[in-house]
Design a protein around this ligand. Sequence first.
Ligand code: ADP
Length: 446
Amino acid sequence: MFKKVLIANRGEIALRIIRACKEMGLNTVAVYSEIDRDCLHVHMADEAICIGPADSSKSYLNIKNIISAAIISGAEAIHPGYGFLSENPKFARVCKLQGLKLIGPSEENIRKMGNKSEARRTMVEAGIPVVPGTKDVTINADEGLKLAKEIGFPVIIKASSGGGGRGMRIVYSEKEFTDAFNTAKSESAVAFNDDSMYIEKYIEEPRHIEFQILADEYGNILHLGERDCSLQRRNQKVLEEAPCSIIDSPLREKMGEMAVKAAKTVNYVGAGTIEFLLDRYNNFYFIEMNTRIQVEHPVTEVITGIDLIKEQIKIAKGEELKFTQDDIKISGHAIECRINAEDPNKSFRPSPGTVEHYFVPGGNGVRVDSHIYSGYRIPPTYDSMIGKLIAWGKNREEAIARTRRALDEMIITGINTNIDFHRKILDNKKFLENQINTSFIEKEIM
Ligand code: ADP
């Protein structure tokens, strides 16, 4: 099938994909914006093409330029990574029209699952438990308030096209509702070019549990267990673990079956994630599906020994999955810390600038996925995540000890990072006792 892959992304995920391609004997084409000339992905790929100015709407989101780069370089496939165009139905359509294989979801898969309220409806029809909430999108605040009263406060107002923790508002009482609704709606119109909203019951102090799915073109679908992504700040993940130590085998089997069913319902092909909220009584509810590789995919790779990017590529090549559900064995425990260039002491303000010294931790069970190097200038233009530290241990205790040890070794000077913030999490008694939920960071660490 294809021999040359264009990577329509930057940063650590571009490196991750280039590495997988190299190991599979595939040629790689990097694309970059003018400000990213010195980025590692530009140098690590076999070829690199500039696709526009720093502003991502003119480069990494510029479909025309990316497709032109693919055609000029003779790439036959495109890997979109996460973010940017990874869940853009138009991009999927244009790739298909141009005869380029997208190593990602079909336009139809994105349309069915990418829109959150649409996905909810599909899941209800398939008999998957969803958070109690509205059936259709809600157009105005009055209608919304009526529905919120029916659901019962607290509720969460969400943007149908939302993502990355944005476009959401928690409302505890009737009198806050109208303002919150209207603010969320206008924010969503600007951020997502879509102001359709829906309302869900706000589940208090749940865990965020997501299942990794792999599906090939021949109807084989399986899951690779769960990740616990409860540690979030402003609904954005900070530290992830796999597996979730409070989930026993019967619950894992039940949730896994539902996740597979959810993917089957939309005839999903590729790697995807089914996200659930798990309440304190072990009730679980579907919240959304991500039709792309996720930032936190390494924790699953580490405990299953399966390379998810290579599997994505093999599926795109039309290969059949070489393993079944019974072959998936979870070994030990993994933790990922997202390392961000930000200042936790100044409201987590992004901290771009030049990295003076960078020392990468190593040793048994430690993996670092990062694109920075000593002397690298982090541009102010993009996401503040500059890398991920992943540690494996034979159990949660060892994984925590190893993560702490590796964080102690890690040196990044010249900019501010959240390394100390991660240390605080790892030292917290409740974290050590695995008593975590999505409010943990706000309540215990901030
Ligand atoms: P995004 O696509 O922006 O990441 P999600 O729907 O995945 O949005 O939700 C992100 C996080 O927001 C969840 O992990 C959870 O912490 C919180 N959240 C979302 N829906 C609810 C809900 N109904 N009740 C409580 N928390 C929620």
